[in-house]
Design a protein around this ligand. Structure first.
Ligand code: ATP
Ligand code: MG
Length: 480
């Protein structure tokens, strides 16, 4: 008999015996749970007879040596220990059971179901691979010996796939197939589960695998979130630096143009010179109009450059002091109302601060931030002086022994598309170029909050529903 033939006969003999053991163990568990202990002794006899038969088959194939080595390691957990179903709240996850023998699938499925796991079954490798590409699984229990597409092929295909390679695989195999198990572990399988299935071992290995996967996923999410935040901050920082640099460079030629325009202006308004155009007043009017245009646009360019400069503000530009944050916000609203008399905003301030309102920071910058929000709301949330409600909510929260103020400015107006929300803090992003928007307001706000006030800002918006900006500021700037 060849090794392959021997191995096949052994496999065929062990399969039904393993089922006898599996079902009798499961019945014993059910009997214990339902209080029908009169059946326990007989069921135990069936289990023992099954185990005895397994030993004899293994002896027959002279493989008991391998088996003994392995059972030594696994027998730490007694077979008779019965774990109550759902004793652990964390037992969630979807498992794919792949085995060509129906009763094996059934035993595993029933055991997993008892413990509250979701599962799907596949009777061969091809079906398993198909299911894996269509549904999301957290774990695969994979039989090695199956006709046509066997366990190795499934494992190999999974490990070659960018997505599937992250799903842990526990190989299920007869304890005698030690070489195969080693090969699978080398190929990337997470663990193995010997047949006959030991309930305790099954639960322990499934849980360990799922816990590990969950932890890895959490870590991955946390890392990618942090990297993304850092990348966004870095992008803003370098853009802000560039804008400030450009502003600085433009300032000098702008000053020269301004001087030149002033000279032009005074000359064309000088009578001696205007008399020279006696025969051609139209030309004089053109020159005067052009001069006026230059002057007005220089003023506009000058204002823009001032804004460009603000984008890279640093601490020294404003005075750091301890103020009542609620009063600072109320003062900012008053200032906005004076400057925007026509604005029809109904601004409601909600004070939810539980502890002190004292804030050591830069009140001038906070005022600038609040006015920027309100100006945007007037322009974009409720355009054409339509007016509407604005809620400014003020709260405090504790985090790592530090108190933070959380200021949320909410409107119920036009809102933004999800694509625009991701761009609002980018310098020059504006939908209001036609009405004089330069797209710097929120870029400056972002810069002030993250670089000067040591806080963070988030925007949420939905078209037709409104927008809210949430800022978090430490109550004590420079404390850390
Ligand atoms: N409350 C809001 N509701 C709807 N859209 C808004 C709101 N706030 C800002 N936006 C959108 O974000 C864009 C960027 O705002 P930002 O303040 O940076 O620039 P701007 O107001 O267009 O120009 P600037 O402030 O420089 O004059 C706006 O053009 C607008 O599309
Ligand atoms: Mg603005």
């Amino acid at each position: 008999m060849t090794i392959q033939e021997e191995s096949k006969i052994r496999h065929d003999l062990l399969t039904p015996v393993n089922q006898i053991i599996g079902y009798s163990e499961m019945l014993a568990e059910d009997a214990t749970k339902d209080g029908q202990i009169q059946y326990l002794a007989d069921l135990k006899k069936i289990t023992l007879a099954g185990r005895n038969l397994t030993d004899q088959i293994n002896q027959l194939f002279k493989l008991s040596e391998v088996k003994n080595n392995l059972t030594e390691n696994t027998s730490i957990i007694p077979t008779e220990v019965i774990i109550p179903a759902n004793s652990d709240n964390d037992l969630t996850g979807k498992v794919l059971i792949v085995d060509d023998i129906e009763d094996n699938r059934d035993i595993l499925a029933r055991r997993l179901k008892k413990r509250g796991y979701q599962y799907e079954m596949a009777e061969n490798g091809a079906i398993a691979l198909n299911k894996l590409t269509q549904e999301k699984f957290d774990l695969v229990l994979l039989d090695i010996t199956m006709p046509e597409v066997d366990g190795y092929t499934v494992l190999k295909t999974m490990k070659a796939d960018n997505v599937l390679r992250n799903i842990p695989v526990i190989m299920i195999s007869a304890i005698t197939e030690i070489d195969s198990i080693v090969r699978c572990i080398e190929m990337g399988a997470e663990d193995y589960l010997p047949k006959p299935f030991n309930a305790t071992l099954l639960y322990a290995r499934v849980k360990a695998c799922l816990d590990k996967k969950r932890l890895l996923e959490q870590e991955k999410n946390y890392l990618s979130e942090r990297l993304q935040t850092e990348a966004t901050l870095e992008r803003h920082r370098s853009l802000a630096q560039m804008v400030a640099g450009v502003a600085h460079e433009i300032n000098t030629p702008l000053g020269i143009i301004n001087t030149a325009a002033t000279i032009l202006d005074s000359r064309v308004n000088n009578k001696d010179i205007s008399d020279l155009f006696e025969d051609n007043t139209e030309a004089l009017e053109d020159i005067m109009e052009a001069t006026d245009l230059i002057k007005r646009n220089i003023t506009r360019a000058h204002n823009l450059v001032q804004n460009f400069k603000k984008i890279s503000v640093n601490q020294t530009a404003d005075i750091k002091e301890s103020v009542n944050i609620l009063e600072t916000i109320q003062d900012s609203i008053e200032l906005f109302k004076i400057n925007a008399r026509q604005a029809n905003l109904e601004i409601i301030v909600q004070d939810n601060i539980k502890q002190s309102r004292a804030w050591l920071g830069y009140p001038g910058y906070l005022t600038q931030i609040i006015i920027n929000f309100l100006t945007n709301i007037e322009r974009y949330a409720y355009p054409n002086n339509k007016g509407g409600k604005v809620i400014i909510d003020l709260a405090d929260q504790q985090q790592n022994n530090q108190t933070y103020f959380v200021i949320t400015v909410t409107d119920f107006g036009h809102g933004m598309s999800s694509e625009n929300v991701t761009k609002v803090f980018d310098p020059f992003f504006t939908t209001g170029r036609m009405i004089g928007g330069s797209g710097l307001g929120l870029a400056i706000v972002h810069n002030l909050i993250t670089n000067v006030l040591e806080g963070s800002i988030k925007a949420h918006s939905e078209l037709g529903k409104g927008t809210s900006f949430c800022i978090t500021l430490p109550n004590n700037l420079g404390f850390n």
